[in-house]
Design a binder for this molecule. Structure first.
Ligand SMILES: Cc1cc2nc3c(=O)[nH]c(=O)nc-3n(C[C@H](O)[C@H](O)[C@H](O)COP(=O)(O)O)c2cc1C
Length: 137
């Protein structure tokens, strides 16, 4: 099983209806192929975790990266895992207040804000480490 994490930026800030439609489609598609995960939205930034069978995660990620509602899709982490962290959610959803998001700034600061709503402390630490590495590169 594979788990990937990426961040991206919306071309235009999506409203509640558009976000709702993304979640609805995601939950339907992901449930059909055994993919679970979490989507965090903060202003125009997205952070998403996808986990499930290798091929299915790759296919879903491929489709998402070609979606022109967002750009600058940066994969932060790709890992082979034994267990799911978001097994109960075809696609969980969390938001971070736009006001809490840095307008610009380094990846590390952006990721730091986006991972705040993630409950799992180990996962949060892992993502912070990835962001720090990436920002330093
Ligand atoms: C930030 C973001 C996250 C998305 N996450 C998923 C997802 O987890 N699963 C999925 O199937 N589609 C996701 N999508 C939508 C896909 O890009 C694509 O529009 C959709 O899968 C097409 O599905 P359809 O062919 O059933 O209409 C996401 C789109 C965006 C912008």
């Amino acid at each position: 099983m594979q788990r990937i994490l990426y961040i991206s930026t919306a071309r235009e800030k999506l409203d509640a209806i558009e976000l709702d439609s993304i979640l609805k489609v995601s939950r339907r598609n992901n449930a059909a192929v055994g993919v679970t995960g979490l989507l965090v939205v903060g202003g125009r930034r997205f952070l998403q975790v996808l986990e499930g069978p290798d091929d299915q995660v790759a296919a879903v990620f491929d489709r998402i990266s070609r979606d022109d509602r967002h750009f600058a899709v940066v994969k932060l982490s790709k890992k082979t895992v034994e267990t799911r962290l978001f097994g109960e959610w075809a696609m969980g959803y969390r938001t971070v207040a736009s006001a809490a998001m840095p307008d610009e700034g380094n990846l590390s600061a952006i990721v730091e804000r986006l991972i705040a709503p993630i409950d799992d402390i180990v996962l949060r630490a892992e993502f912070t480490a990835f962001a720090a590495l990436h920002a330093a590169a």
